[in-house]
Design a protein. Structure first.
Length: 153
């Protein structure tokens, strides 16, 4: 069962390990990105960063269906880098009903949508398309912090 879908450009890091996995009783993490699985050093770093009691898959979108079928009885968190990937995920897995925006890096053409979420026009459009599909998006860094009131218009 998918317990959390989180957009965070840092993917797997301290906040994820110590806060979200415990809050959501996650025992399997899927890092979903078409480029990361091709980067051996990044894969090694992510593998070392995962909690000892969690399984981990670092996969591209083409492997998502198979990976989800193998962990359907586990509590799964899916980590993706950005809103464009989030839209791609929602299109592949229509049962996703909400997405946590935890961190989207500031870029030259981006605008702030919360304390740690900066969206380019393309990312804003992807976010609006996700919302138009009926998926809710909330901005929250860690479970103990408040959900930020953000208008993605």
């Amino acid at each position: 069962m998918i317990k959390l879908v989180r957009v965070d450009h840092r993917l797997l890091h301290g906040q994820v390990i110590f806060s979200w996995t415990k809050q959501k009783s996650v025992n399997h993490i899927i890092v979903l990105d078409d480029e990361v699985p091709k980067q051996p050093i990044t894969v090694m770093a992510l593998s070392m960063a995962k909690p000892a009691d969690c399984g981990l898959d670092i996969i591209g979108f083409s492997d998502l269906e198979e990976a989800l079928s193998k962990v359907e009885k586990k509590n799964v968190m899916i980590l993706i880098k950005g809103p464009v990937e989030a839209l791609q995920l929602v299109n592949k897995v229509p049962e996703i009903t909400e997405i946590n925006y935890g961190g989207v890096a500031k870029k030259n053409s981006s605008k702030a949508f919360g304390k740690a979420v900066y969206l380019t026009p393309e990312e804003l459009l992807a976010t609006q398309n996700i919302l138009n599909k009926g998926v809710s998006i909330y901005v929250q860094q860690v479970p103990s912090s408040s959900v930020e009131n953000v208008d993605f218009k």
